[in-house]
Design a protein around this ligand. Structure first.
Ligand SMILES: Nc1ncnc2c1ncn2[C@@H]1O[C@H](COP(=O)(O)OP(=O)(O)OP(=O)(O)O)[C@@H](O)[C@H]1O
Ligand SMILES: [Mg+2]
Length: 170
Protein backbone atom coordinates (compact mmCIF):
# COMPACT_ATOMS: atom_id res chain seq x y z
CA UNK A 1 0.00 0.00 0.00
CA UNK A 2 1.31 3.46 -0.85
CA UNK A 3 2.16 5.88 1.88
CA UNK A 4 -0.62 8.40 1.50
CA UNK A 5 -1.22 11.08 4.10
CA UNK A 6 -3.80 10.17 6.69
CA UNK A 7 -6.85 12.25 5.77
CA UNK A 8 -9.48 12.28 8.44
CA UNK A 9 -12.95 13.37 7.48
CA UNK A 10 -16.59 12.88 8.44
CA UNK A 11 -17.78 9.73 6.70
CA UNK A 12 -20.53 7.12 6.98
CA UNK A 13 -19.33 3.55 7.41
CA UNK A 14 -22.37 2.37 5.42
CA UNK A 15 -21.10 4.33 2.42
CA UNK A 16 -17.62 2.83 2.77
CA UNK A 17 -19.18 -0.66 2.80
CA UNK A 18 -21.35 0.01 -0.27
CA UNK A 19 -18.62 1.71 -2.28
CA UNK A 20 -16.22 -1.16 -1.70
CA UNK A 21 -18.88 -3.73 -2.59
CA UNK A 22 -19.52 -1.95 -5.91
CA UNK A 23 -15.82 -1.64 -6.64
CA UNK A 24 -15.13 -5.33 -5.99
CA UNK A 25 -18.22 -6.50 -7.88
CA UNK A 26 -17.22 -4.51 -10.93
CA UNK A 27 -14.06 -6.60 -11.23
CA UNK A 28 -14.78 -9.94 -9.62
CA UNK A 29 -18.49 -10.68 -9.85
CA UNK A 30 -17.63 -13.95 -11.55
CA UNK A 31 -15.65 -15.23 -8.54
CA UNK A 32 -18.13 -15.03 -5.68
CA UNK A 33 -21.62 -13.92 -4.73
CA UNK A 34 -21.13 -10.75 -2.75
CA UNK A 35 -24.09 -9.42 -0.82
CA UNK A 36 -24.56 -6.57 1.60
CA UNK A 37 -26.74 -6.10 4.63
CA UNK A 38 -26.63 -2.43 5.54
CA UNK A 39 -28.24 -1.06 8.69
CA UNK A 40 -30.82 1.65 7.90
CA UNK A 41 -29.37 4.00 10.52
CA UNK A 42 -26.39 6.15 9.57
CA UNK A 43 -23.02 5.16 11.03
CA UNK A 44 -21.10 8.45 11.24
CA UNK A 45 -17.43 8.01 11.96
CA UNK A 46 -14.25 10.04 11.61
CA UNK A 47 -11.66 8.51 9.36
CA UNK A 48 -9.80 8.17 6.11
CA UNK A 49 -12.28 6.92 3.51
CA UNK A 50 -9.64 5.45 1.18
CA UNK A 51 -7.89 3.58 3.96
CA UNK A 52 -11.17 2.18 5.24
CA UNK A 53 -12.10 1.05 1.73
CA UNK A 54 -8.76 -0.76 1.59
CA UNK A 55 -9.59 -2.50 4.86
CA UNK A 56 -12.93 -3.76 3.55
CA UNK A 57 -11.37 -4.70 0.21
CA UNK A 58 -8.58 -6.71 1.88
CA UNK A 59 -11.15 -8.62 3.90
CA UNK A 60 -13.28 -9.35 0.82
CA UNK A 61 -10.22 -10.58 -1.10
CA UNK A 62 -9.21 -12.87 1.76
CA UNK A 63 -12.76 -14.21 2.00
CA UNK A 64 -12.76 -14.89 -1.74
CA UNK A 65 -9.33 -16.59 -1.58
CA UNK A 66 -10.55 -18.83 1.24
CA UNK A 67 -13.30 -20.23 -1.00
CA UNK A 68 -11.30 -20.57 -4.22
CA UNK A 69 -11.44 -24.36 -4.14
CA UNK A 70 -15.14 -24.57 -3.48
CA UNK A 71 -17.77 -24.91 -6.18
CA UNK A 72 -18.74 -21.48 -7.52
CA UNK A 73 -22.33 -21.78 -6.27
CA UNK A 74 -21.14 -22.12 -2.66
CA UNK A 75 -18.85 -19.07 -2.65
CA UNK A 76 -20.65 -16.38 -0.72
CA UNK A 77 -19.36 -13.25 0.99
CA UNK A 78 -21.53 -10.95 3.06
CA UNK A 79 -20.67 -7.41 4.10
CA UNK A 80 -22.83 -6.41 7.04
CA UNK A 81 -23.00 -3.13 8.92
CA UNK A 82 -24.57 -2.61 12.30
CA UNK A 83 -24.51 -0.26 15.22
CA UNK A 84 -23.50 -1.67 18.61
CA UNK A 85 -24.13 1.01 21.26
CA UNK A 86 -21.52 3.70 20.54
CA UNK A 87 -19.68 1.62 17.95
CA UNK A 88 -20.11 1.22 14.21
CA UNK A 89 -19.36 -2.30 12.99
CA UNK A 90 -18.67 -3.65 9.54
CA UNK A 91 -18.21 -7.40 9.25
CA UNK A 92 -17.15 -9.53 6.33
CA UNK A 93 -18.20 -13.17 6.49
CA UNK A 94 -17.60 -16.07 4.13
CA UNK A 95 -18.60 -19.67 3.62
CA UNK A 96 -15.04 -21.02 3.50
CA UNK A 97 -13.23 -23.44 5.82
CA UNK A 98 -12.80 -20.91 8.63
CA UNK A 99 -9.61 -20.38 10.65
CA UNK A 100 -8.06 -22.89 13.05
CA UNK A 101 -8.99 -21.63 16.57
CA UNK A 102 -5.33 -21.39 17.62
CA UNK A 103 -4.62 -19.09 14.64
CA UNK A 104 -7.39 -16.53 15.15
CA UNK A 105 -4.91 -13.99 16.60
CA UNK A 106 -1.86 -15.07 14.61
CA UNK A 107 -3.48 -14.29 11.24
CA UNK A 108 -2.97 -10.58 12.01
CA UNK A 109 0.81 -10.95 12.45
CA UNK A 110 2.96 -9.60 9.61
CA UNK A 111 4.10 -12.35 7.20
CA UNK A 112 1.64 -14.96 8.50
CA UNK A 113 0.29 -16.63 5.37
CA UNK A 114 -0.93 -20.06 4.29
CA UNK A 115 -0.97 -19.09 0.62
CA UNK A 116 1.71 -20.16 -1.85
CA UNK A 117 2.01 -16.62 -3.17
CA UNK A 118 0.77 -14.69 -0.15
CA UNK A 119 2.76 -11.94 1.52
CA UNK A 120 0.92 -12.21 4.80
CA UNK A 121 0.66 -8.44 4.99
CA UNK A 122 -3.04 -7.83 4.31
CA UNK A 123 -4.38 -8.37 7.81
CA UNK A 124 -1.43 -6.70 9.46
CA UNK A 125 -2.20 -3.57 7.40
CA UNK A 126 -5.90 -3.90 8.23
CA UNK A 127 -5.12 -3.96 11.94
CA UNK A 128 -2.71 -1.01 11.71
CA UNK A 129 -5.30 1.12 9.88
CA UNK A 130 -8.13 0.23 12.24
CA UNK A 131 -6.10 0.82 15.38
CA UNK A 132 -5.00 4.21 13.97
CA UNK A 133 -8.74 5.00 13.82
CA UNK A 134 -9.23 4.01 17.46
CA UNK A 135 -11.01 0.81 16.47
CA UNK A 136 -10.61 -2.94 16.75
CA UNK A 137 -10.64 -5.89 14.39
CA UNK A 138 -11.15 -9.54 15.36
CA UNK A 139 -11.39 -12.83 13.50
CA UNK A 140 -13.99 -15.41 14.51
CA UNK A 141 -15.47 -18.61 13.16
CA UNK A 142 -19.20 -18.66 12.51
CA UNK A 143 -21.37 -21.33 14.10
CA UNK A 144 -22.60 -22.40 10.67
CA UNK A 145 -19.08 -22.51 9.17
CA UNK A 146 -16.84 -19.92 7.57
CA UNK A 147 -14.87 -17.05 9.00
CA UNK A 148 -16.08 -13.59 9.98
CA UNK A 149 -13.90 -10.53 10.48
CA UNK A 150 -15.47 -7.82 12.63
CA UNK A 151 -14.23 -4.24 12.46
CA UNK A 152 -15.54 -1.82 15.07
CA UNK A 153 -14.96 1.93 15.04
CA UNK A 154 -16.09 4.61 17.47
CA UNK A 155 -19.21 6.43 16.25
CA UNK A 156 -18.63 10.14 15.82
CA UNK A 157 -20.24 12.09 18.61
CA UNK A 158 -22.81 14.47 17.24
CA UNK A 159 -24.49 16.98 19.49
CA UNK A 160 -27.94 16.11 20.68
CA UNK A 161 -28.37 12.76 18.97
CA UNK A 162 -29.13 9.42 20.56
CA UNK A 163 -25.51 8.32 20.38
CA UNK A 164 -24.38 11.29 22.40
CA UNK A 165 -27.00 10.76 25.07
CA UNK A 166 -26.10 7.08 25.40
CA UNK A 167 -22.43 7.88 25.76
CA UNK A 168 -23.14 10.40 28.51
CA UNK A 169 -25.48 8.03 30.31
CA UNK A 170 -22.91 5.20 30.26
N1 LIG B 1 -11.54 -15.38 5.44
C1 LIG B 1 -10.54 -16.22 5.74
N2 LIG B 1 -10.76 -17.56 5.87
C2 LIG B 1 -9.75 -18.40 6.18
N3 LIG B 1 -8.47 -18.00 6.42
C3 LIG B 1 -8.19 -16.70 6.30
C4 LIG B 1 -9.20 -15.73 5.97
N4 LIG B 1 -8.62 -14.52 5.94
C5 LIG B 1 -7.33 -14.70 6.25
N5 LIG B 1 -7.05 -16.01 6.46
C6 LIG B 1 -5.74 -16.57 6.80
O1 LIG B 1 -4.90 -15.54 7.28
C7 LIG B 1 -3.69 -15.50 6.51
C8 LIG B 1 -3.17 -14.09 6.53
O2 LIG B 1 -4.00 -13.22 5.75
P1 LIG B 1 -3.34 -11.90 5.14
O3 LIG B 1 -4.37 -11.16 4.40
O4 LIG B 1 -2.62 -11.18 6.22
O5 LIG B 1 -2.22 -12.48 4.16
P2 LIG B 1 -2.43 -13.22 2.77
O6 LIG B 1 -3.82 -13.04 2.27
O7 LIG B 1 -1.94 -14.62 2.97
O8 LIG B 1 -1.42 -12.45 1.84
P3 LIG B 1 -1.55 -10.92 1.34
O9 LIG B 1 -0.36 -10.21 1.88
O10 LIG B 1 -1.57 -11.03 -0.14
O11 LIG B 1 -2.82 -10.36 1.89
C9 LIG B 1 -4.08 -16.09 5.17
O12 LIG B 1 -2.97 -16.60 4.47
C10 LIG B 1 -5.05 -17.20 5.60
O13 LIG B 1 -4.35 -18.33 6.05
MG1 LIG C 1 -4.76 -11.11 2.25
Amino acid sequence: MEKAPFEVGDIDLNEVACETEKFFSAFSAFEVDLSTSITPEPLPIRGDRIQLQQVVLNLIVNATDAMSEMPRAERKVTIRTTRIRDLAEVSISDAGPGIPPNKLKEVFEPFFTTKAHGMGMGLSIVRTIIEAHGGHVVAENQAGGGAVFRVTLPLAKMHGNATDRQVKAA
